[in-house]
Design a protein around this ligand. Structure first.
Ligand SMILES: [Zn+2]
Length: 460
């Protein structure tokens, strides 16, 4: 059994550390009420702690989740640090998990499960409060959780609750720690031991296989870039990742520091025939073995470290903020390396614009009113219309100047969730003399269905 170790010692003091609650903090969750009625006689021993009733509280943020996952038994423990709150209770999305127990430094906590939601009775606190949820997860086979047959986890867009108690909304960010046991003899488990910056629920990921690791290089900021590939893939995987270290370097130097670790890389995953692409599981993003030779996919998944993860999307309707920007950034990073993605993007745009069954508005109205996996927006539309929106702004203000503005947006919004219109407004403010034209470009590419322009070139 081999479990690949991402960085130095982990599982330090914070994990399984009992929550320390000051008495005033604890009392903040109690009813102050009629103090006379509850006044204890001198010398009376304190009443035993009565755990609060389970209460729904989805507004209370999660700070960090440390997952201890046993693949052999499918038993797991989530040690969750929850944010201070004046309101008691905490709620999680739990999909098909079987919850065994919930405990804290105060003892056993009361909980209830209903309709894929777990409500736990925790007091209001003035400090972060730590709980431990012991549970069992089911194996999945439809790209909706841990898939032992395929050897990968797949939690996007809203399936984190099939692997651990989480929040499945894209805006919900928290840090993660992972430790995986029960790895079959001879297999290697690839996963980050830490995700040190706030990330959405679909970020934690695991891949199991006969992996070989290759160090690709180090960026000027000192980020080590690696590749994990499977037997028979060496040639394709190495040629596909030949541009990855300079691309990471370009992103760091152009848009700002990388936040998800000192070691990053592409992990080949056998998603199966016809499943081309990747998934932005930073710092070890997944690339389908069918796409392992594509420099674009490696650069695109790396770019999500800045847009999609570094800056999260506020709603699924803002998918274009993640995918359009990552597509544009991949083209920016590969261009100085002699790879021009735009002819291929033009053909993809042409296909999108010319097919009434595919074409949609890139940024539909609403917030989380759609189920992305079953919605027409889950198409190439946000990728291509979003990329061409930024390309046209670049033609207006200059690509380097636009990069500066994307960088300031990333730095201002890092660790938070943003809407696509926040980026449009940021660009309007950055280029006030062009704000009307930027509005027109945004309206054309993002808010109407018809494409403002369709490339006229021969595409296969
Ligand atoms: Zn993407």
């Amino acid at each position: 059994m081999t479990a690949w170790i991402a960085d130095g010692a982990w599982w330090p003091d914070t994990v399984f550390r009992a929550a320390i609650l000051t008495l005033p903090a604890l009392l903040a969750g109690c009813d102050g009420g009629d103090s006379h009625a509850h006044a204890a006689e001198p010398g009376t021993p304190p009443a035993p702690y009565e755990p609060p009733a389970p209460t729904e509280n989805r507004a209370r943020a999660l700070v960090e989740t440390a997952l201890q996952v046993d693949l052999a038994t499918q038993q797991a423990a989530a040690t969750v640090s929850i944010a201070p709150s004046q309101q008691p209770g905490i709620s999680f999305d739990i999909g098909a998990l079987e919850i065994a127990s919930v405990t804290s430094a105060l003892g056993t906590l009361r909980f209830r499960q209903q309709e894929g939601r777990l409500d736990i009775g925790v007091p209001a606190t003035e400090e972060p409060f730590e709980i431990v949820i012991d549970y069992r997860f089911e194996a999945q086979d439809d790209f909706n959780g841990w898939m032992p047959e395929t050897g990968v986890s797949f939690l996007w867009p809203g399936f984190c609750g099939n692997l651990f108690p989480c929040r499945d909304a894209p805006a919900a960010g928290q840090r993660y720690r992972l430790n995986v046991t029960g790895v079959p003899e001879g297999k290697t488990a690839i996963y980050p031991q830490r995700i040190p910056a706030a990330a959405p629920g679909y970020m934690p990921a695991l891949a199991l296989g006969d992996y070989m690791a290759l160090a690709l290089g180090t960026t000027s900021d000192g980020t080590e870039v690696k590749l994990w590939y499977l037997p028979g893939e060496a040639e394709q995987a190495i040629s596909g990742t030949a541009y990855l270290t300079p691309s990471m370097d370009f992103f760091e130097q152009t848009y700002g520091p990388y936040a998800f670790g000192d070691v990053v890389g592409s992990v080949s995953v056998r998603w199966g025939q016809g499943r081309f692409g990747g998934m932005e599981h930073h710092p070890f993003w997944h690339v389908a073995s069918e796409a392992i030779g594509s420099p674009e996919i490696h650069a695109h998944e790396a770019a999500h470290g800045w847009f999609g993860n570094g800056v999260r999307i506020a709603c699924w309707e803002d998918f274009v903020l993640s995918e359009g920007t990552a597509s544009y950034l991949a083209a920016r990073a590969l261009s100085p390396q002699g790879i021009d993605l735009w002819p291929d993007y033009e053909c993809r745009l042409q296909r999108v614009c010319g097919d009434e069954r595919i074409n949609t508005v890139a940024r539909p109205a609403g917030c989380n009113a759609i189920e992305l996996r079953d919605h027409p927006l889950w198409s190439d539309v946000p990728y291509m219309k979003g990329a061409f929106f930024l390309k046209q702004v670049a033609e207006l203000v200059g690509a380097d100047t636009l990069d500066d503005s994307l960088s300031s947006f990333y730095r201002e919004r890092f660790g938070t969730a943003a809407r696509m219109e926040n980026l449009v407004e940021h660009l309007r403010s950055a280029f006030p003399s062009e704000s009307l034209r930027i509005d027109a470009i945004a309206n054309g590419w993002l808010y109407q269905r018809a494409c403002p322009s369709v490339p006229d070139q021969g595409c296969r």
